[in-house]
Design a protein around this ligand. Sequence first.
Ligand code: DX5
Ligand code: ZN
Length: 263
Amino acid sequence: MWQPSSPRRAIFLLSCAEIEFEILRLGENSNPKFQSYLSIFKYNISMAVVAPSLLAANFLNLEQECKMVNESEADWLHLDVMDGRFVPNISFGPMVVEFVRKTTKKPFDVHLMILEPGNFAEAFKNAGADHLIVHIEACPNLHANIAQIKSLGMKPAVSFNPHTQVSELSDIIHEIHHICLMSVDPGYGGQKFIPHSLEKIKQLRKMIDERGVPCLIEIDGGVTLENAASIMEAGADVLVAGSTVFRAKDPVNTIKQLKAISR
Ligand code: DX5
Ligand code: ZN
């Protein structure tokens, strides 16, 4: 018979069940603003939002990989676009995103590791992006980039590199859907999680909670089944996982295990 791992976990699950019930009741309220706050609240009290990163997939077999994501408990699909200038690697552009869109049902979380991302925002919208992530280091006019993404009907997100301080985001968190905290140097999959990122997640959590804004914290790079719990505990909402998911023997089950991690 299944048993919770500890009394603390049992109390947590019971409270979740009660809150879940209340959410179902409140969920009958169809006001869109209320619904959007509700979904953020759900993320906060329950399980991790999991976003497998396509970069680690087998590109010879993309259709099969997308089907796996469809059938799994994954919440979003994370797509890494690299230009060989902002980062020292080139990945794929809107054309691949458009093809993948045809076989994938989950929301597309498109991570632009490119200079002048504003030049491509419309192309990625047309290719099927739901969230568009731009880098703070690549955007001298970040506020305008965010306005452009919103005007195109996508959810704006901002990513920042390991050397960038959390305080740099202070005047933008109320404008965006999520922050993508780079826990490795951007450009490649399969790198080791930078331990100092945990401290940055805590700082970000504090800033977001104090401000009371519905901005999610996404962690990108080096997320594994071993460190995911401490990442969530530090205050994360969304786990991006490339190698951990696509190189696993059983990717669907690995996604399930990541989803079961809560804070
Ligand atoms: C790195 C990318 C990541 C990468 C993560 O520049 O932004 O999304 O795919 O890969 P893993 O999970 O293998 O570190
Ligand atoms: Zn990414």
